[in-house]
Design a protein around this ligand. Structure first.
Ligand SMILES: Cc1cc2nc3c(=O)[nH]c(=O)nc-3n(C[C@H](O)[C@H](O)[C@H](O)COP(=O)(O)OP(=O)(O)OC[C@H]3O[C@@H](n4cnc5c(N)ncnc54)[C@H](O)[C@@H]3O)c2cc1C
Length: 395
């Protein structure tokens, strides 16, 4: 009998899982994607959009295009996950499944820092970052502050790309000498999981670009009348233009389910991404055999330090591949054998116009390893080539 794989979320993880499953499973089996939006935004290109190098249409795809591949798409708000019934409740009705993949990403809450919503641009929202592009186009003098409200946040390199591109753009417009750039983060160091060498390499790059860096900066509120960030401890940072990466939480729908959470994120087995479930009657926790969570919503931590693993699309992608391939093996009566390894080479981070740094990460190693090359044109090319590949391959 045909099986149904239900995928919650049509973002990075959801779209990869759906495509891989559709290729591996014959037409008797259903692959269904549910998302509240009917659009997929390629978030890794938001910094390019901000810098006027993309327009929203170029980095947006309709999730309805999945239908042409035999993937069912349902636009609906997921309201409740009912693992004991193998069902999901949405505002478009109840949907049953044989396998469930949760790829609901992170929820963004700018309102959690009082005043942030009213005063600061949200660079993680496609409409807001597009408006920011217009403001930067005419920004001539004053202070721009980019701050991160809390940890963890998605797109480990995103905020750096944004500040480096602002710096490059202001230089190109020959107004950099009349502007001040401040980067404020609650992290104790830049890329703390990557170790001292990588952190100081980023600090040096910021210094070279004359970007002021504030680490351990815990923003408690934004004074809307003075456009001033208020830090724990009472210190303030004033800016003419504020850009704030909002507080992230795990999907709210998980909090109402019997799935086990780690600070609001979905607890998973680190190599197979099986979600964990609380069985009320027996008062014990076990891996749910047919429920998986991938991408930003998954609570993955580094072995040893227990720090959050970076929440990035490239890893959401690999996790989705592992889960989709294992489900396909299970459905076809074979032993699931794929494992998520927490490593990647060939990622990159934009550091200026036509410039980027290639990165390799291995975060499940007993000592997490990050290799970072110098800024180069190849680093930039790697990023834009990946963008092209992504938008072409999966839609
Ligand atoms: C500015 C920025 C720059 C970034 N740069 C990079 C980069 O350079 N490299 C990189 O690898 N990663 C980058 N990332 C991170 C990357 O985009 C994310 O890690 C990735 O998209 C996570 O995939 P996901 O499937 O877990 O979640 P998402 O892609 O966020 O998808 C979640 C989906 O679930 C849907 N959804 C959520 N809740 C519900 C609900 N209740 N009902 C119905 N639908 C729901 C959402 O509408 C969304 O479509 C960046 C992110 C940002 C914001």
């Amino acid at each position: 009998m045909g099986k149904t794989v239900l995928i919650l979320g049509g973002g990075t993880g959801g779209v990869v899982a759906a495509n891989v499953l559709r290729k591996l499973l014959d037409g008797r089996h259903r692959v269904v994607v549910v998302d509240r939006k009917d659009k997929h935004y390629f978030q890794a290109s938001y910094p390019l959009l901000m810098a006027g190098l993309r327009n929203p249409e170029q980095i947006t795809r309709s999730l309805r295009r999945l239908l042409e591949k035999g993937i069912q798409f349902i636009q609906a708000e997921v309201a409740e996950i009912l693992p004991h019934e193998n069902q999901v409740r949405t505002n478009a009705g109840l949907f049953g499944y044989d396998y469930l993949i949760i790829s609901l990403g992170a929820e963004l809450h700018p309102e959690m820092v009082p005043g942030q919503n009213e005063t600061a641009y949200n660079p993680y929202d496609i409409h807001a970052i597009h408006r920011l592009q217009k403001e930067l186009e005419f920004f001539r003098s004053g202070t721009i502050v980019l701050f991160i409200a809390s940890l963890p946040f998605t797109g480990a390199v995103g905020p750096y790309e944004i500040i480096f591109l602002i710096d490059a753009w202001l230089r190109r417009r020959k107004v950099r000498s009349s502007t001040r750039l401040i980067y404020a983060t609650p992290e104790p160091a830049l890329f703390p999981f990557a170790g001292k060498k990588v952190s100081s390499s980023f600090e040096q790059l910021m210094q070279q670009r004359n970007i002021e860096l504030m680490t351990n900066a815990k923003i408690t509120a934004v004074d809307t009348s003075k456009k001033e960030l208020i830090l724990a401890g009472g210190q303030t940072i004033a800016g003419d233009l504020l850009i704030g990466v909002p507080t992230h939480t795990g999907p709210l729908v998980l909090q109402k389910s019997p799935l086990v959470l780690d600070q609001g994120w979905c607890a998973v087995s680190p190599y197979t991404l099986h979600a964990k479930i609380q069985y009320d009657t027996e008062a014990h926790v076990a891996e749910a055999a047919n429920i998986f969570c991938v991408g930003d919503a998954a609570a993955l931590r580094l072995p040893g330090s227990g720090m959050w693993a970076p929440k990035v699309g490239i890893f959401a992608h690999f996790q989705a591949e592992v889960v989709a391939r294992n489900i396909a093996l299970d459905i076809t009566g074979q032993e699931p054998r794929f494992r998520y390894r927490g490593k990647e080479a060939g990622a990159s981070m934009i550091t200026g116009f036509k410039q980027g740094r290639l990165l390799a990460i291995d975060y499940y190693a007993s000592k997490p390893r990050v290799t970072l090359l110098r800024p180069s044109a190849i680093g930039y090319l790697a990023k834009t080539t990946f963008e092209k590949y992504w938008l072409k391959s999966w839609f």
